[in-house]
Write a protein that binds this ligand. Structure first.
Ligand code: SME
Length: 183
């Protein structure tokens, strides 16, 4: 559960975009991501940069982040937003379903789902959601990419199309460094 249902000072309520506004916003965000990740092959640097620039340009990105596949579960990875759940079992939530089915999940109203099994409400302000599987160069599932909006019906096929292309481009690369020593 999030620390509080009240939106913290650093987060504004989501604002939906029409199709043209959405495409323009994604074009801007993806230009920034491409420019900043040229030659980058570190998983966590990529994830952190993608979170930051998508949240900068898409006004309905209330919570954005990655859950990383670790020992058969999903472990919270780099994200921006209120407190995210730390561990998610593949059998639970929208994230678990995206991982199990290896398919993008778009949810217009998360509160229409069975809470706890079909949807996990890390933050009560979350109203709609998209979750995409993330694959490496060998088509192994390495993470899921999760975006929540604080208003309903924020996500559609345009989000799916742009995000699937972005995630394939940035993570299905043979040289991806997925861990590093802090020594
Ligand atoms: N809503 C997700 C859980 C992650 S929080 O949204 C960050 C789910 O149902 O899997």
């Amino acid at each position: 559960m999030s620390a509080s249902a009240e939106m913290p000072y650093f987060i504004k309520p989501s604002k939906n975009l029409n199709a043209d506004e959405k495409r323009a916003a994604y074009e801007q965000a993806l230009q920034g991501i491409e420019a900043n990740l040229i030659g980058e092959n570190n998983l966590f640097v990529k994830m952190s940069t993608i979170n930051c620039l998508l949240k900068t340009f898409l006004p309905y990105y209330y919570w954005v982040g990655f859950y990383i596949v670790h020992e058969g579960k999903l472990l919270v990875g780099p994200y921006q937003g209120t407190l995210g759940c730390l561990h998610i079992d593949f059998s639970r939530g929208v994230c678990g379903r995206a991982a199990r089915e290896r398919k993008t999940q778009i949810v217009a109203d998360v509160h229409a789902l069975d809470q706890g099994s079909m949807h996990i409400a890390c933050d009560p302000n979350s109203q709609s959601e998209i979750v995409l599987p993330v694959f490496d160069a060998d088509d192994n599932l390495i993470a899921v990419f999760d975006v929540d909006s604080s208003v309903k019906n924020s996500f559609d096929e345009i989000d799916k199309e742009f995000l699937e292309i972005l995630l394939k481009k940035e993570f299905s690369t043979p040289m991806l460094i997925t861990s590093y020593s802090l020594k």
